[in-house]
Design a protein around this ligand. Structure first.
Ligand SMILES: Nc1ncnc2c1ncn2[C@@H]1O[C@H](COP(=O)(O)OP(=O)(O)OP(=O)(O)O)[C@@H](O)[C@H]1O
Length: 365
């Protein structure tokens, strides 16, 4: 064991893969050697799954680093990063392991690389317990842009449980620094849009029905706003396997974008799938925050790295968010503060560390 390795306990709080992803990203950005123990101890099947393993391998390559213990089901890994690099990287989860979760570990590193990072990622694009790729390229991208960064993302093929096989290409331009954000005014909802999809052997009528149901339920709640929800079948050339689901988005008068989604499952009918997505969206809007429950944890790393004080109003803190704050404070000097407001919202604020991109790759010693 290296003397300066930081030990991270993967069983704390949420005890999921997010601890590993965030730890690895921050380790690569700060060149801190880490040892992550008890990986995903809070999950039914602990240890590394395909998505975690492939994400780690790209982080290793992107940081010219070394990795030990990186095997399926492994509960302990050691990661010694070196210098961040630009260039082309590829990962294939070979399952429905989520492409969006690969992006979660790679993108923060790429923002601080010395040159553009191009990614080709294969796996599940619309997988359970993870952001659907539509969410990543809409909600996450819009938040990232508030921090002054962006990416180009192209969904070439969709992939679903269990086969995966989706393909997403991305280009990420590094930024000199991330700027802090102040998201304190939720505004009022001005428009809702979304897509209900089916692929493979599922009939297009199911998608149309889900779109109609979502439209109707949102119209009952917010009659006077623009609502545009389409139901469609994915082109067979651009989708592997069978899948169905919904992605809904709402935009507010202050430029906040919320996402909500659901996926079709064998024991759920179209009414239930639609109701899940609509309920999630309406609950988010009613929570009075400027971000939805999922972006809440995904912006913590950006707040920690930004140059100055960020403040974000949100609903009740999720366990994922508490976990993200714990890891950010463990591996950076950023400090978070959560203020509970009388209306039930919370304001998360953070003095970010002002991380700077590497201007060029240092010479090897
Ligand atoms: N429906 C969703 N929409 C957007 N983001 C989501 C959604 N579901 C989960 N996420 C995000 O995906 C991430 C999942 O983190 P988690 O630690 O649970 O993953 P994991 O441990 O790798 O997976 P597992 O649950 O198999 O252990 C979190 O950032 C969470 O906010």
């Amino acid at each position: 064991m290296s003397e300066n390795e930081v030990i991270i306990d993967g069983s704390v709080l949420e005890g999921g893969g997010q601890i590993l992803r965030m730890a690895v990203s921050l380790s690569a950005i700060h060149q801190i050697p880490i040892r992550v123990k008890n990986i995903r101890a809070g999950r039914d099947k602990p240890g590394l799954r395909a998505q975690h393993l492939k994400g780690l391998e790209v982080a290793r390559d992107l940081s010219g680093g070394k990795l030990w213990g990186c095997a399926l089901q492994s509960t302990e890994v050691v990661f010694h990063p070196r210098h961040l690099l630009g260039g082309e990287f590829f990962a294939d989860t070979e399952t429905a392991g989520s492409v969006s979760l690969l992006i979660q570990v790679i993108l923060p590193c790429a923002l601080f690389s010395p040159s553009e990072v191009q990614l080709t990622l294969r796996g599940g694009t619309n997988a359970d317990m993870a952001p659907q790729i539509d969410y990543t390229v809409t909600v996450f991208k819009s938040i990232l842009e508030k921090f002054g960064a962006t990416f180009e993302g192209c969904i070439e093929k969709r992939g679903y449980f269990p086969r995966g096989g989706g393909i997403v290409r991305m280009k990420i331009q590094p930024v000199p620094q991330l700027r802090p954000v102040s998201l304190l005014d939720p505004g009022r909802v001005t428009r809702v849009w979304g897509r209900a999809f089916v692929a493979g052997n599922i009939h297009v009528q199911d998608a149309q029905k889900m779109a109609e149901l979502c439209h109707h339920q949102i119209k009952s709640a917010y009659g006077d706003i623009k609502i545009e929800i389409i139901g469609y079948k994915e082109n067979p050339q651009q989708a592997v396997g069978n899948g169905s689901g919904i992605n809904l988005f709402a935009e507010t008068s202050t430029g906040n974008i919320f996402g909500a989604s659901s996926l079709g499952k064998r024991n759920l009918n179209v009414q239930e799938v639609s109701a899940q997505a609509v309920t999630e969206l309406l609950n988010t809007i009613r929570s009075g925050g400027c971000v939805d429950n999922h972006i809440q944890d995904q912006i913590i790393i950006l707040m920690a790295l930004a140059d100055g004080k960020s403040a974000v109003k949100c609903g009740p803190l999720t366990l994922h968010t508490k976990t993200a704050i714990y890891i950010a404070e463990l591996l950076t000097k950023a400090r978070f503060h959560v203020e509970e407001c009388p209306d039930g919202t919370n304001i998360i604020s953070c003095d970010g560390i002002g991380m700077k991109a590497v201007s060029s790759t240092p010479m090897d010693c």
